[in-house]
Design a protein around this ligand. Structure first.
Ligand SMILES: [Zn+2]
Length: 247
């Protein structure tokens, strides 16, 4: 089992629960997280660091991030667009924010191409804008983290140049609509995440999430696919290994 998206930097507490997992991809929301991820990777080989800046952290310094790259980094992100705090798009403040987010996103896309690492894309209430931007680039690959684009956008992502995966989280265990989405994602493009410490799956909903709980998401997918646990795990882990180039 591989948790392909967890936040384990020190600001979320000390304890790291990864028993039974082969790997955990450490997502980064800011420069500080990125530094923490690189440190964590030194103490445990199962922890694979990503470095990146979340769209809500637009004042973070990209130049600092870029200098932090080393060969251990498995992905760039999470990065992308997040319009959730701006329901009214007809304002000047929205235009300013959107422009800043787009600039930061494009810098990280360019970095992903340059260093040949996949992107971890955060998309919140901005699916169409994300698709438009990604369409402009060739040779990209990555994951649409915590996929929330619904059934109808799956094909749009699959039609993009490059290879795109869908990251599904613990909310699959309690959001009925997501089951339909998972049924429509090609089996070779699905990877699973916890987004720890957020999005805790049933039966631990309401508590703090941890990478070990990704097994409840695997379990749910094996039920939806009507496949054995072993086959489900094999397919999903192969996808994760391919995307993040885990050998
Ligand atoms: Zn995240």
């Amino acid at each position: 089992m591989i948790d392909t998206h967890a936040h384990l930097s020190s600001r979320f507490g000390e304890e790291i629960k990864i028993e039974g997992l082969d790997y955990v991809v450490l997502a980064a929301s800011c420069v500080q997280d990125s530094k923490d991820n690189l440190e964590l990777a030194k103490i445990n080989k199962k922890l694979l660091p990503a470095i990146g800046i979340h769209p809500m952290e637009i004042n973070d310094d990209f130049a600092t991030l870029e200098k932090m790259f080393d060969n251990r980094v498995v992905a760039i992100g999470e990065c992308g667009l997040d319009y959730s705090e701006f329901p009214d798009r007809a304002t000047d403040s929205f235009a300013v924010l959107a422009a800043k987010q787009e600039k930061l996103f494009r810098l990280q896309i360019a970095m992903s191409q340059k260093v040949n690492r996949p992107l971890i894309v955060h998309s919140r209430q901005a699916s169409e804008e994300i698709i438009e931007i990604l369409r402009e680039y060739k040779n990209l690959s990555g994951v649409i983290h915590c996929y929330s684009g619904g059934k109808k956008r799956i094909k749009k992502y699959l039609d993009l140049p490059g290879e795109w995966y869908f990251g599904i989280d613990g909310n699959l265990t309690y959001e009925i609509g997501l089951e339909e989405v998972v049924k429509n994602i090609p089996k070779d493009r699905l990877i699973l995440e916890t987004d720890s410490p957020y999005l805790t799956p049933v039966p631990f909903r309401g508590e703090k999430n941890c990478p070990e709980y990704v097994k409840h998401v695997y379990q749910k997918v094996s039920e939806i696919w009507q496949m054995s646990w072993e086959t489900t795990e094999k397919i999903i882990d192969e996808n994760a290994r391919k995307l993040f180039k885990i050998v």
